[in-house]
Design a binder for this molecule. Structure first.
Ligand code: PXP
Length: 239
């Protein structure tokens, strides 16, 4: 059965919207764990639009499952990761003007800086995942760069409205997951997954863990964090 890593960035978005001290993503992480999450994900962005440095440091102390730090492959973030020592780093592309992570990290154009960051993290004993589009060339490059795992970008699949378009992207996801698994890379999947779209991944046994944030936090605003996480855990268990 695949696991669920809960991304708590948007609890922090709500806090930053008013400059208050609440809601606290640390509290949300603890509730998510009690509700069955297998890991907690937080993206420390260069512009600190949601998660703050303080959040990462407290999360490191209190998370009982696994702390997954999402970050750009920059010297600043590398320094923080080496200091905090999360259980996994997921490298993502980052643009200041984007609403959210828009695509996978292109390992053709970013080969050098990504390789360097992967080497540094792995030398410090921190496993590394790379967030990539469902593209077999990118999977091969992630393997060559010596990443431990990939996270397949599911955002375009979830957003696509046409059936033919959805089928094409789904085939790409299946091919990427199968190749990664053959190359002994761990396989995570995430972005844009909601309580409906999760069902499309039934039977795709190569996926080790789903990384889901926005839909869970949005549901938590209505029904509470514990129930929102538990409902997603149950849907994944039924895949
Ligand atoms: N995986 C990665 C690499 C991401 O950047 C994000 C968004 O921060 C997610 C998963 C979660 O996406 P969503 O919030 O759409 O569930």
């Amino acid at each position: 059965m695949a696991g669920l890593a809960v991304n708590i960035d948007h609890i922090a978005t709500l806090r930053q919207a008013r400059g208050t001290t609440y809601p606290d993503p640390v509290a949300a992480a603890l509730i998510a764990e009690l509700a069955g999450a297998d890991g907690i994900v937080a993206h420390l962005r260069e512009d600190r639009r949601h998660i703050q440095d303080r959040d990462i440091r407290i999360l490191r102390q209190v998370v009982q499952t696994r702390l997954i730090l999402e970050m750009g492959a920059t010297p600043e973030m590398l320094g923080i990761a080496l200091d905090v020592k999360p259980d996994l780093v997921t490298l993502v592309p980052e643009k200041r003007e984007e609403l959210t992570t828009e695509g996978g990290l292109d390992l053709i154009s970013h080969h050098e800086p990504v390789s360097e960051v992967v080497d540094n993290l792995k030398s410090a004993g921190i496993p590394v995942s790379i967030f990539i589009d469902p593209d077999i060339e990118q999977v091969k490059l992630a393997h060559r760069i010596d990443a431990d795992m990939i996270e397949i970008h599911t955002g375009h699949f979830c957003d696509e409205r046409s059936l033919a378009g959805k089928q094409k992207i789904y085939t790409d996801i299946v091919n990427a997951a199968k190749l990664a698994s053959k190359l002994k890379l761990g396989v995570n999947a995430g972005h844009g997954i909601c309580y409906t779209s999760i069902k499309a991944f039934a039977g795709l046994n190569e996926i080790d863990e789903f990384s889901i944030g926005h839909s869970i936090v949005a549901r938590a605003a209505m029904v509470g964090m514990e129930r929102a996480v538990k409902e997603m855990v149950d849907l994944i268990a039924a895949l």
